[in-house]
Design a protein around this ligand. Structure first.
Ligand code: GLN
Length: 475
């Protein structure tokens, strides 16, 4: 029996090299777990039938002495990342039968190392949402409490890892979609610096905000995956190389932690979340970190700015789903009606809401009032962070304002759902990296619900995030 509960990438890699178990055995263990739990949790939309064949290839590679760190490591892949020859539906009816013709660079880099792709993970349709309730294929339940959501939009990826249905997963994050489900499911999630991981082959949501990143059980595992998937890519002109940002070493000093106290005292944060956050701050102090109060004058506008800019980009990116070139096609009474009928039937309510909002903020007369103004404030936010990082190395907040909420409790009120993103959207607007780390539990109705803290660093300073995250988790 392989103890997958306590398994990490590092441990699995060592065991595979030593011959404690084979990739086939490891993969079989995960497949059995998926078979047992997925019918209820719905983390996977599809489990690949060739997983064991991939495993055998990885075993051959290990036998030949050619193992890399991810050889034989079983992954769940979010349903908006393309894998050649496989379906990528973005959890939408629009792409229900869409089969990818090429592979996303980030996935390709896993494949080149011999990782085992177990299947595609559920998500909010086109990554729009924070609970996976917007999936056209049903909600993903939280493995810690089946009456609650797993978060979103990468809820399937986080739940897959949390239920031991994968050792790690890839997700995407436009405004928190890797970090918030990680917080809800008790996993580690990294939203990398904008441009550090290629977006080639990720179905676009908001192109100036999207990043692909890992969801794992430990900070070290997130670091391992980030080091494999990052780096310049000729297929994504916004990618940067490792040398883009100066990295001053800490030379034995610990990074200084900043807390945006005024922002945290504005109200609206669950009491248990706040108490847990304060405990986490104490823990950092006890570990010898210097903690400072900082001010981010414009952070209160983040959510509003995000919910103007993101729909604007969404409306542009979604224009390609017209029912003609690919995806669902439905006949209307004439050609123009074809577009309406295909989009009405292919796209869910939240996606259509965002297309309309985005089209509105970009339209003549409103462009200056909304889109332009939001862009100006986005620049002010960049300045706020630049200033803050002159005095501190990382910024600490909770990851989400609440623990995992009940299925159905926010679906009638989009604003309530959007408020869940209060702490996460800023990193995407500014482009800086942010790491979600589990920080404890709160008991609700007899169930232990995970809580999380978010550590944010300056552009290119994932190394600082990993350093601070590992110390916090005693890794
Ligand atoms: N929950 C946020 C939203 O609904 C973030 C989504 C994401 O990061 N893809 O937009």
């Amino acid at each position: 029996m392989i103890d997958i509960k306590n398994l990490t990438i590092k441990k699995a890699h060592e065991s595979l090299l030593k011959g404690d178990f084979t990739v086939r055995e490891l993969t079989e263990t995960y497949l059995a777990e998926i078979q047992k739990k997925n019918p209820e949790i719905n983390a996977y939309l599809e489990v690949y039938t060739d997983a064991l064949e991939q495993a055998d290839e990885a075993d051959k590679r290990i036998k030949a002495g050619k193992a890399d760190i991810l050889t034989g490591i079983p992954f769940a892949i979010k349903d908006n990342l393309l894998i050649k020859g496989r379906i990528a539906s973005a959890s939408s009816k629009m792409l229900e039968k869409y089969c990818a013709t090429y592979t996303a660079t980030a996935v390709q880099r896993l494949v080149e190392q011999g990782a085992v792709l177990l299947g595609r993970a559920n998500m909010d349709e086109f990554a729009m949402g924070g609970s996976t309730e917007n999936s056209a294929y049903g909600v993903t339940k939280n493995p810690h409490d089946m009456s609650r959501v797993s978060g979103g939009s990468s809820g399937g990826s986080a739940a897959a890892v949390a239920m031991d249905g994968a050792l790690a997963a890839l997700g995407t994050d436009t405004g928190g979609s890797i970090r918030q489900p990680s917080s809800f499911c008790g996993t580690v999630g990294l939203k990398p610096t904008y441009g550090s991981v290629s977006r080639y082959g990720a179905i676009a949501m908001g192109s100036s905000l999207d990043q692909i990143g890992p969801i794992t059980k430990t900070v070290e595992d997130a670091e391992i995956i980030f080091n494999v998937i990052k780096g310049a890519d000729g297929f994504d002109s916004t990618t940067i190389s490792d040398t883009t940002f100066a990295k001053e070493p800490y030379k034995g000093k610990k990074p200084v932690i900043g807390i945006p106290t005024a922002f945290l005292n504005q109200g609206g944060i669950d009491e248990a979340v706040l108490a847990n956050f304060n405990e986490s701050v104490e823990k950092f102090k006890n570990l010898g970190f210097e903690v400072k109060e900082i001010s981010l004058p414009n952070i209160g506008y983040s959510l509003a700015v995000y919910y103007v800019l993101m729909p604007a980009e969404v409306s542009a990116n979604m224009a390609r789903f017209d029912g003609v070139k690919y995806g669902l096609h439905k006949d209307g009474v004439n050609m123009v009606d074809d577009y309406f009928v295909s989009r009405r039937e292919g796209l869910g309510r939240e996606v259509r809401r965002r297309i309309m909002l985005g089209t509105y903020v970009l339209s003549t007369g409103y462009y200056d009032a909304y889109y332009n103004k939001a862009n100006i404030v986005r620049n002010l936010l960049r300045e706020d962070f630049k200033k803050a990082f002159e005095t501190v190395d990382v910024i600490l907040t909770p990851t989400a304002p609440t623990p995992a909420f009940k299925i159905g409790s926010k679906t009638e009120d989009p604003i309530q759902m959007y408020l869940e993103d209060i702490f996460t959207v800023t990193a995407n607007l500014v482009g800086v990296p942010a790491l979600a780390v589990p920080s404890g539990f709160v008991e609700r109705e007899g169930k232990q619900l995970p809580l999380g803290i978010q550590i944010t660093a300056a552009h290119g300073r994932e190394d600082t995030l990993f350093m601070v995250g590992k110390e916090f988790r005693s890794e």
